[in-house]
Design a protein around this ligand. Structure first.
Ligand code: FMN
Length: 205
């Protein structure tokens, strides 16, 4: 089964390593239909605008809402989440009670030329996902260290090697994670409908 995945990249840089990693992940699985969701044009979140939101917020919310799962690919800025990504998370989480992230399965990848692979940013994103009620894939964790322009071929995809192997395992695992969650929910909904039907039949018996 194929799933629609919203990819949110926490870097606006044209030659972003994280954007290239995200593209590589998309290219590794036919059954992940990925769309890159742009976040660079989102006005800063301001609760005063909830009653008349900017069109960019509405577009972003609709794009995320249409997805079966969300993949965050982000750098680490000063040991934390880049502001542009945090802003997107805040925009998608509101108005209160209407978060487009609610219940969406997620995975988090952080890539950096540094050796700890954006660990701090990765776990700050994870922390937000917990509050947002997003079931986040636990393993494999993806703190991709020592990623440089040289990690990619001319087409911008990861070159063959351990990094590509790890990302490939992650792409497989994320598909299975999204699949398990959606199929479990469908089965539970079917059980509940069946139980309701039986209860109704008993009432009329
Ligand atoms: C403002 C800023 C802060 C950064 N802080 C960190 C950091 O805390 N940890 C880290 O590993 N790299 C840090 N870097 C380096 C980034 O990992 C590197 O620039 C990376 O290429 C950014 O990701 P991108 O290629 O997807 O844009 C920082 C870069 C910038 C511009």
């Amino acid at each position: 089964m194929a799933y629609k995945i919203a990819i949110i990249v926490g870097s606006l840089r044209k030659d972003s390593l994280n954007r290239k990693v995200a593209r590589s992940i998309c290219g590794l699985r036919d059954n992940l239909n990925c769309s890159m969701i742009e976040i660079g044009d989102l006005p800063l979140y301001n609760q005063d605008l909830d009653s008349d939101p900017p069109e960019q917020w509405t577009r972003f919310r609709e794009q995320v809402a249409a997805a079966d799962g969300v993949l965050f690919c982000s750098p680490e800025y000063n040991r934390g989440i880049p502001g542009v990504l945090k802003n997107a998370i805040d925009v998608g989480s509101r108005p209160y009670g209407q978060s487009v992230f609610d219940k969406k399965p997620a995975a988090i990848v952080t890539a950096s030329p540094g050796s700890i692979g954006g660990f701090g940013s990765n776990h700050q994103i994870r922390q937000a996902c917990v509050f947002l009620n997003m079931p986040v894939m636990q393993q494999p964790e993806a703190y991709l260290g020592h990623v440089t322009d040289d990690s990619f071929d001319e087409s911008g995809r990861l070159k063959e090697g351990p990094l590509r192997d790890l990302v490939s395992v992650l792409a497989h695992a994320f598909h299975d994670w999204v699949d398990m969650i959606h199929r479990s929910r469908a089965a539970l909904a079917e059980d509940a409908a069946h139980a309701a039907q039986e209860a109704k039949a008993r009432e009329h018996a």
